[in-house]
Design a protein around this ligand. Structure first.
Ligand code: CNA
Length: 242
């Protein structure tokens, strides 16, 4: 199938469905200027002493919090990023009553900024932060404006509400994600390498026959998909009309 034919097929399935679920990852936000991990210009290919998933792990946070926050402030906070065509079209599909939920591995808050309401954040959000001692809530500025370790007024260390590697996912969020995927008529998966578990395993709960993968690079699940589009997801979604 040509690229145009695959987009026409996606268009037809979207037009026919009122039970769409979207499941995405870092590739959804690259067109907003946020680097992913595994693209050729992703964070894995920038040279750090350790790879991003080591730095963003629970044990590294505990052992070397200053180095963690230096990387985190530098690479995970993107205050100028704005939603792109993919975020906007997904929000419009929800408003039109066609899309039931966005399930995301992203921590950037761009789906909500685009207007999506039902967003399941499997890995948390950089926009929420909590004091590890008193539990007080802090906005992203508490981290962004700190130059050393971010501290609460009580003196406690502030930790981002982000699921670090080696930490478990929120059970309620996972449970809801499984239910949305299990009941979906059309499942669109985009901008994810589908190699980070347990999130990637969610795909196995889909029982329908319209599984669409939109990803620049191929993924381990391409052969199970009913439609594979190796294009930029923002450019693809921009061509979909409601
Ligand atoms: P990943 O492993 O970096 O994979 C991203 C995938 O997206 C790659 O296969 C790319 O080919 C593909 N891709 C990149 N740009 C586009 C595009 N414009 N259109 C279509 N496909 C594209 O990222 P995953 O999300 O799969 O890995 C999971 C990690 C990365 C999660 O834990 C995230 O929290 C984490 N992450 C999140 C952000 C963010 O919140 N924006 C940024 C960087 C990393």
């Amino acid at each position: 199938m040509s690229a145009q034919d695959t987009i026409a097929q996606l268009q037809q399935w979207i037009a026919q469905s009122d039970n769409i679920v979207f499941f995405g990852g870092a590739g959804v936000s690259t067109e907003s200027g946020i680097k992913d991990f595994r693209s050729v210009d992703g964070l894995y290919h920038e040279k750090y002493a350790e790879d991003p998933e080591t730095i963003l792990s629970h044990s590294y946070f505990t052992r070397r919090p200053r180095d963690f926050f230096t990387f985190y402030r530098d690479k995970m906070l993107c205050p100028d990023a704005r939603p792109n065509a993919a975020h906007r079209k997904l929000a419009q599909l929800e408003q039109a009553g066609k899309l039931k939920a966005v399930i995301t591995q992203n921590i950037d808050g761009l789906h909500q900024m685009a207007g999506s309401r039902k967003v399941l954040e499997l890995h948390g959000s950089v926009l929420r932060n909590y004091c590890m001692d008193c539990g007080a809530f802090h906005g992203v500025e508490a981290i962004a404006q700190s130059s050393d370790l971010p501290r609460c007024s009580c003196g406690g260390l502030i930790k981002p509400d982000v699921v670090l590697y080696e930490e478990g996912l929120d059970e309620t969020t996972m449970y809801q994600a499984v239910n949305y995927i299990r009941n979906a008529d059309l499942l669109i998966i985009g901008g994810t390498s589908l190699v980070v578990y347990p999130a990637a395993g969610l795909i196995n709960y889909y029982r329908g026959n319209k599984l669409v993968l939109i990803n620049l690079q191929s993924t381990p699940y391409d052969r199970y998909a009913d439609l594979v589009i190796h294009e930029k997801i923002g450019q693809v979604m921009d061509q979909i009309w409601l």
